[in-house]
Design a protein around this ligand. Structure first.
Ligand SMILES: Cc1cc2nc3c(=O)[nH]c(=O)nc-3n(C[C@H](O)[C@H](O)[C@H](O)COP(=O)(O)O)c2cc1C
Length: 139
């Protein structure tokens, strides 16, 4: 039998949308979803990293977190919410590239509520979808 993969979930969420995805992933994989302010310790096979865009891009706390990573993290999986932008994938890939850490090609992204836009997003279907996504990634 294959050894169990070590999975971690980290996220940054200003208004709670990306946090909903992080909690769902954590719940699905029986791992506690934690803020990017909680450092990674030891070897990690799969790090689910959640972020969003705020004008200029991902928050500085996400950048600081990525900067703190090293090769003990084998793979990062991006998940994100945004009002308009298709995803944070490109920004995260660039930041991880500077650290020599691989970013999984599969990602999860959905709309996030912002002012009068996308009321209730992520919604129940998004949560169902992100749970399925997380299961597939670790399988
Ligand atoms: C200060 C601020 C700036 C934002 N700028 C953008 C933006 O430039 N492009 C975009 O697609 N969404 C933008 N949004 C919308 C957020 O990306 C969206 O609401 C996202 O789901 C927020 O995630 P969070 O609740 O996890 O913080 C902005 C939201 C805030 C609060």
């Amino acid at each position: 039998m294959a050894a169990t993969k070590k999975v971690e979930v980290r996220y940054y969420s200003k208004t709670g949308n990306t946090a909903k995805l992080a909690e769902a992933i954590g719940d699905e994989l029986l791992v506690k979803a934690k803020s990017v302010e909680v450092p990674i310790e030891g070897d990690v096979d799969i790090l689910f990293l959640g972020s969003s865009v705020y004008g200029a891009g991902v928050d500085n706390k996400v950048k600081t977190f990525i900067n703190s990573l090293d090769s003990r993290v084998k793979t990062v999986v991006n998940f994100s919410t945004a009002a308009i932008l298709p995803s944070t994938y490109g920004q995260i890939k660039k930041l991880l590239g500077e650290k020599g850490i691989a970013l999984e090609v599969r990602e999860f992204h959905c709309r996030g509520e912002f002012k009068f836009m996308h009321k209730g997003k992520p919604d129940a279907q998004d949560i169902k979808n992100v749970r399925e996504f997380a299961r597939k990634i670790v399988s």
